[in-house]
Design a binder for this molecule. Structure first.
Ligand code: NAP
Length: 471
């Protein structure tokens, strides 16, 4: 596939291959942008903002509605692309394609709800005879940098709100999974997005990232990815708006009165969705000691029934990790945890990029797999005795995206929910539940700002006050 710069699809001699992680076959390639391409894309995005800001709300919403319809008519095509270039099984990929349709539809709806307010200027002496209001205007060029794990919908989470708000966008998708992002760009263009308002550059973030993030023509960086890349970007960005959707290490608390079957089923799915490469995937489960054994037995029994392998097979529950190197990293973290006292209840075996879904117990808090974001198909179980202990241990790490609690006693569930430090608490669902239109984002090292279409639009616009002196 090609990149899209200065209103043209561009190819380059130097190409970056895109692999299917299941068998490492090359499925396509993308151009490797050079510094001149980056400057061309930045200049074009800067110019394109004039067009974007002058589109009426009706025009912006129409493009987004049409693109949503375009994708809904091609779910199988988009799902296949997601599944081939990434880790998701075809069933998981279909869900992502459907969510993308919703993200774009809601973006179209929210384009019509970018509102301001009147201001009571006479609420302080000196403001008499003044009337006015504020409205929200687009920030300008939005640089969107996206990760590999949701290669379509997380891109839509940036392009949809940016278009809805009247911004131009420069997109840098993940090098491992750039194809769905490029296909989404094609869809937007076919559905009427003016070409000068969008650029897509492909290339390694470590090489082209600095020139993009430090450029003063970029007025907002909307980044989704790991904490390390986020930190590097923030160090280089200078004065501009920044949205950071980063990683986490999500805790779940299962209380003794929980619906055990549902808690097990929901947590197994939340742990191994997309081979655990999910920013809100379940990583630590704190289980009341009275139900620890039955929960553990149910969890291990369901996990060992997981079908892993070929992503395109309808029966497959879990595919490979994104690369063999990543699977080796997680395997090493498991080995380290075992060397200091952890027990593997099931899984732990690896074949190339396929790592068996793995359940651990007795994981010491000094283990890397406890402290860091694992971003792989591994989960650790811990017994807890009381609510304070459960909340304290859940909050003990410098991450805070999602947390979850399973309990029938709703008073207790809410006490726990209010005690958990994070951007969202799911009650009687695992941490990986997300509706695309809800506010989504983290605290601590999990990020800054919120996405969720309406909330992204807030971040991608600025209020302008108009005050009229009638004296
Ligand atoms: P990553 O390595 O941080 O990469 C994310 C994006 O940043 C890629 O496009 C990457 O380009 C680019 N990049 C890397 N270094 C850069 C730099 N110095 N300057 C500019 N761009 C740079 O993350 P990933 O491995 O793709 O994704 C996994 C991470 O994303 C996990 O930590 C996960 O939790 C997080 N995530 C968070 C959310 C959320 O909403 N909070 C959602 C999904 C994923 P290259 O691909 O070329 O390296």
């Amino acid at each position: 596939m090609k990149m899209f710069v200065n209103s043209k699809w561009m190819d380059k001699k130097e190409q970056i291959p895109v692999h299917d992680p299941f068998d490492d076959s090359v499925i396509d390639s993308v151009p490797k942008a050079d510094p001149d391409d980056i400057q061309r894309a930045l200049a074009s995005a800067y110019k394109g903002f004039e067009t974007a800001r002058n589109m009426t709300v009706y025009q912006r919403a129409s493009v987004l509605y049409k693109t949503a319809e375009y994708i809904s008519e091609r779910i199988e095509e988009f799902a296949t692309l997601i599944a081939r270039e990434g880790s998701k099984t075809i069933r998981e990929a279909r869900k992502e394609a459907l969510r993308c349709v919703n993200t774009l539809t809601v973006s179209a709806e929210e384009a019509k709800r970018i509102l301001g307010e009147t201001i009571p200027f006479d609420s302080f002496p000196g403001g008499e005879k003044r009337i006015g209001y504020y409205y929200r205007f687009p920030v300008g060029v939005v640089l969107a940098v996206t990760p590999f794990n949701d290669p379509l919908n997380l891109v839509a989470h940036k392009l949809g709100p940016a278009v809805a708000a009247g911004n131009s966008v420069l997109l840098k998708p993940a090098t491992l999974t750039p194809l769905s992002a490029i296909r989404l760009t094609q869809a937007l263009l076919e559905c009427g997005l003016p070409p000068e308002t969008i650029q897509v550059v492909t290339g390694y973030g470590s090489e082209i990232g600095d020139a993009l993030v430090s450029d003063e023509r970029v007025r907002m960086i909307s980044f989704t990815g790991g904490v390390e890349a986020g930190r590097q970007i923030m160090n280089k960005a200078g004065i501009k708006k920044i949205g950071m959707e980063l990683g986490s290490n999500s805790p779940v608390i299962v209380w003794k009165d929980a619906d055990l079957d549902w808690a097990v089923e929901s947590c197994v799915s939340g742990s191994f969705w997309a081979a655990g490469q999910n920013c809100i995937g379940v990583q630590r489960i704190y289980i009341h000691k009275d139900i620890y054994e039955p929960f553990k037995n149910g969890f291990v029994s369901q996990t060992t029934q997981y079908q892993i392998g070929d992503k395109m097979n309808e029966k497959t529950d879990m595919g490979p990790m994104i690369t063999e190197d990543e699977a080796v990293r997680v395997e090493k973290w498991i080995e380290e945890a075992v060397s200091i006292g952890s027990e593997v209840l099931c899984g732990g075996k690896r074949q190339k990029a396929l790592l068996d879904p793995t359940v651990l117990e007795n994981v010491p808090e000094k283990a890397t797999i406890f402290k860091e974001e694992v971003f792989g198909p591994t989960v650790s179980l811990f017994p807890v005795s009381d609510m304070e202990e459960a909340i304290g241990r859940a909050n003990s790490l410098p991450f805070g995206l999602h947390a979850a609690v399973f309990a029938k006693n709703i008073d207790l569930a809410f006490q726990i929910a209010y005690g958990l430090d994070c951007g969202g608490v799911m009650v009687n669902d695992s941490t990986d539940y997300r509706l695309d239109s809800m506010p989504f984002g983290g605290i601590k090292n999990s990020g800054l700002g919120r996405e969720g279409i309406k909330f992204s639009i807030q971040e991608m616009t600025e209020p302008k006050t108009i005050c009229l002196n009638l004296e």
